[in-house]
Design a protein around this ligand. Structure first.
Ligand code: NAD
Length: 508
C-alpha cells in the first residue's frame, strides 16, 4: 500500500533498507543488481498445527477467594511450570490423581487455584524468507517470538545477506521462525512444534540450499530436533548434518559457536578501543538483553577488564555502580530453578531500577543485545556513552542514528558487530562437510581475524582512506570520500555482492 504522497509506507523492512539505498547511491550500485537486492528471492509463509496438552492457568490471588470451599487436589506425574506460572500436566493427570474440579477450576495443595485450559490442536504461523543466494546458500537464524511478521523477517533476511558478505563467508541471507512465545509451551509441545515446522520446511531448504541457525527464542536443543527431523529416514544422514548450525558440539556443532556472537562483538570493540589508543581495562558498559548474545558479550568484555554497570531484559532492570558480577548473574538467570522467566530481575547483588533509567547511566559503551528498534531518537538523546556496539539486529532506528551521529557517539553497526555467530556457523558447516572437528583455539583465531580484518576495512571505507596492513587491505573497497560507519559496512557488503553479479553475469 502506498501513502497518498506517493511515498512507500514505512515498515521495519523499508526502515532497514534505508541504509542500503544510501550506500547504493554512494557507490553508484549497478541498477540491475539494485533491483535484484531490493526484494527477497522468496517469501514463504506456512502453518503448523500441533496438539497441546491440558494446562492449569493460575487464578489471581484477588479472585481465589471464590474457591475457598474447594477441596485441595493432588495430581500425579511430572508437572512443567511455564513462564506465566501455568502448569502443563502429563497426559491423563487429572483422571489419575485425587482431583476435585468445580466449574473448571482446581485448587492444588500447597500451590493455589487454577483454571483448567483443555488441550487440543492449535495452529501456528511459520515463516522463511530466502533473501539472496548469489554468494552461496541462504543462511540465517530461526526466531520464535510472539511479535514476528513477514515484514520483520524480510528485514532480518536482508541483514543476513549483508552480514555474510561483510565477513566474507560464502553464504547468502535468509531468516525465519514461528510466531509464538516459546516460554509458554512445555518441552514436549515445543519439540512437536519444531518437528512440524521442519516437516513443512524440508522441501524448501537443504545443507547446500538454506541453512537455519539459532536466533531469539531458539537454541542448540532446537537445532538438534530440527536436524533429527530433516535427516529422518535419509540414507546418508551424516551428509546432511550441515542442514542447521548452532548444534550441540556433541552432535557436530562447532567449538566456540555458543559464545561466537558475543566474542565477535568483543573483538570489534577491542579494535575500536585500539583506534582510540585506549584499553578496555576499567571501561564501563551497560547492556540490554541477557540471552545468548548479551550474556556472552558481558562475560567476555568483563574478562578483558571492562565493568558491567546495568542490565535490562524483558522482565527487569538491574544496576550496580560497583560492577555486576557476571558469573553470579549467569547463575541467577540460567541455573536458578525458581527463576522461571530466566530474567535478571531479582538478582540479589544489584538494585532494581526502571527499564528506561538504563539509558541515563553514564558509561563508555552501550551494548543493545535484545530486539530491534531500541535506540530511537529519544533514547539516542539520552544515552551517556561514547560507543554503541550493536549486538542485536537493527537496534537503532534511522532517526536514532542521526542523533547519535550529531552527538558524536560512535556506532559499531550490527552487520559487523554481531557477525561472529554466522562466521562460526560457517566454520561449523565446513567442519560438517569435511567431517572434521576443530579446536576452540583454532575457531577463535579464525574468528578474530575475520572480524578484525573486515572491521578495519569498514573503518577505512568510513574514513575514505585506503590502507594495507598485516591484517587487512582496503584498497579494493575504499570509495575515496568519507561516510558513516553504517554506510561503510553496507558499502563493503554491496561491493562484494555486486562483484558476483557483474563477473558471473545474470542467468536469463
Ligand atoms: P535470546 O533469546 O537468547 O535473548 C534475548 C534477550 O533479550 C533476553 O534476555 C530477553 O529477556 C531480552 N528481551 C526480549 N525482549 C525485550 C525487551 N522488550 N526489552 C528488553 N529486553 C528484551 O536471543 P539472542 O540469541 O541473545 O539474540 C539477541 C539479539 O541478537 C537479537 O536481535 C538477535 O537477532 C541478535 N543476534 C543473535 C545471534 C546469535 O548467535 N544468537 C547472532 C546475531 C544476532
Amino acid at each position: 500500500m502506498r501513502k497518498s504522497n506517493g511515498e512507500k509506507k514505512r515498515t521495519a523492512f523499508t526502515e532497514a533498507m534505508e541504509v542500503f539505498e544510501e550506500a547504493a547511491d554512494f557507490i553508484g550500485l549497478n541498477h540491475r543488481v539494485r533491483l535484484e537486492l531490493e526484494e527477497p528471492n522468496y517469501e514463504h509463509i506456512f502453518y503448523v498445527t500441533v496438539a497441546l496438552k491440558d494446562r492449569l492457568v493460575p487464578v489471581p490471588v484477588s479472585d481465589a477467594g471464590r474457591f475457598k470451599e474447594l477441596a485441595e487436589s493432588r495430581t500425579s506425574g511430572h508437572v512443567e511450570t511455564l513462564a506465566d506460572g501455568s502448569l502443563v500436566l502429563p497426559e491423563g493427570a487429572l483422571m489419575r490423581g485425587d482431583v476435585t474440579i468445580r466449574d473448571g477450576f482446581v485448587k492444588l495443595a500447597g500451590k493455589g487455584t487454577y483454571r483448567i485450559e483443555p488441550g487440543g490442536p492449535r495452529r501456528f504461523k511459520g515463516y522463511r524468507v530466502q533473501y539472496n543466494d548469489v554468494r552461496g546458500p541462504y543462511k540465517g537464524g530461526l526466531r520464535f517470538h510472539k511479535e514476528v511478521s513477514l515484514d520483520l523477517f524480510k528485514a532480518l533476511a536482508a541483514e543476513m545477506t549483508w552480514k555474510t558478505a561483510i565477513v566474507d563467508v560464502p553464504f547468502g541471507g535468509g531468516k525465519g521462525g514461528i510466531r509464538l512465545d516459546p516460554r509458554m509451551y512445555s518441552k514436549d509441545e515445543l519439540e512437536a512444534i519444531c518437528l512440524r515446522y521442519m516437516y513443512k520446511l524440508k522441501s524448501l531448504i537443504g545443507p547446500n540450499i538454506d541453512i537455519p541457525a539459532p536466533d531469539v527464542g531458539t537454541n542448540s536443543d532446537i537445532m538438534g530436533i530440527l536436524f533429527r527431523q530433516y535427516s529422518d529416514g535419509e540414507r546418508e544422514k551424516h551428509l546432511t548434518r550441515g542442514i542447521v548450525t548452532g548444534k550441540d558440539v556433541r552432535i557436530g556443532g562447532s567449538e566456540g559457536r555458543t559464545q561466537a556472537t558475543g566474542q565477535g562483538l568483543a573483538y570489534a570493540v577491542e579494535e575500536w578501543f585500539k583506534d582510540k589508543n585506549k584499553s578496555l581495562q576499567g571501561a564501563t558498559f551497560t547492556l540490554q538483553g541477557f540471552g545468548n548474545v548479551g550474556s556472552w558479550a558481558a562475560e567476555i568484555l568483563c574478562g578483558m577488564g571492562a565493568k558491567l554497570l546495568a542490565v535490562n531484559d524483558a522482565d527487569g532492570t538491574i544496576y550496580n555502580p560497583e560492577g555486576i558480577d557476571v558469573a553470579a548473574l549467569k547463575e541467577h538467570v540460567y541455573q536458578n530453578k525458581e527463576n522461571i522467566r530466566r530474567s535478571v530481575a531479582g538478582f540479589p547483588k544489584a538494585q532494581a531500577i526502571a527499564a528506561n533509567d538504563l539509558f541515563d547511566i553514564a558509561a563508555d559503551i552501550f551494548v543493545p543485545a535484545a530486539l530491534g528498534g531500541t535506540i530511537t531518537a529519544e533514547v539516542a538523546e539520552r544515552l551517556k556513552v561514547k560507543l554503541v556496539a550493536e549486538g542485536a539486529n537493527g537496534p537503532t532506528t534511522p532517526e536514532g542514528d542521526e542523533v547519535l551521529a550529531r552527538r558524536g557517539i560512535d556506532v559499531i553497526p550490527d552487520i559487523i558487530a554481531n557477525a561472529g555467530g554466522v562466521t562460526v556457523s560457517y566454520y561449523e558447516w565446513l567442519q560438517n562437510k569435511r567431517m572434521e572437528h576443530w579446536s576452540e583455539q583454532e575457531v577463535l583465531q579464525r574468528l578474530e581475524r575475520a572480524i578484525k580484518t573486515n572491521y578495519r576495512i569498514i573503518t577505512d571505507i568510513a574514513k575514505g582512506q585506503a590502507r594495507k596492513s598485516e591484517l587487512h587491505d582496503s584498497r579494493n573497497w575504499v570509495i575515496g570520500k568519507p561516510c558513516h560507519t553504517r554506510v561503510a559496512a553496507m558499502v563493503l557488503a554491496l561491493k562484494r555482492i555486486e562483484a558476483h553479479y557483474l563477473l558471473e553475469g545474470f542467468s536469463q
